[in-house]
Design a protein around this ligand. Structure first.
Ligand SMILES: [Zn+2]
Length: 140
């Protein structure tokens, strides 16, 4: 219990950005829901933000807040985004700067700033491994 509280506190600087985007999302006609350990928001500001040239993403995680273009995008990318929640719990207030540095590092190394970002590679790897374990469990 104390560990979980610490995770929320440690990730809270990043979560604050997510909550700010969440307030803007709800104020502009978007919707929100709680899903397990996170709050998910979509529509309104979130759709505008994720459709903008700066992001061009279906979903983004900011601490314990996941923003999606649509509710179905959140369903589709939830397991990947929950890996970013885990990362935010591990890295805490260092998460956003570390993510930015990982993007810069990838770019300066001649790789893609998003696809080759260490945090994305880690999230994809863990998401795939978890899905493989789930399939094996279901087929046994
Ligand atoms: Zn990702």
């Amino acid at each position: 219990m104390l560990g979980k509280i610490w995770c929320y506190l440690w990730a809270s600087p990043t979560t604050l950005f997510g909550l700010l985007a969440g307030v803007l999302t709800v104020a502009t006609g978007g919707r929100g829901r709680r899903h397990g350990p996170v709050v998910e928001l979509w529509g309104g500001f979130s759709t505008w933000l994720l459709s903008s040239w700066a992001f061009r993403a279906e979903a983004i995680t900011l601490g314990h807040v996941i923003l999606g273009r649509t509710g179905s995008a959140l369903d589709r990318y939830r397991t990947h985004e929950l890996e970013h929640v885990r990362q935010a719990e591990q890295w805490g207030l260092l998460f956003l700067p570390a993510y930015a540095i990982a993007s810069l590092w990838a770019h300066l190394s001649g790789r893609h700033y998003y696809r080759d970002n260490w945090f994305e590679i880690d999230a994809n790897h863990r998401d795939r491994a978890r899905k493989t374990r789930t399939r094996r469990t279901l087929s046994n």
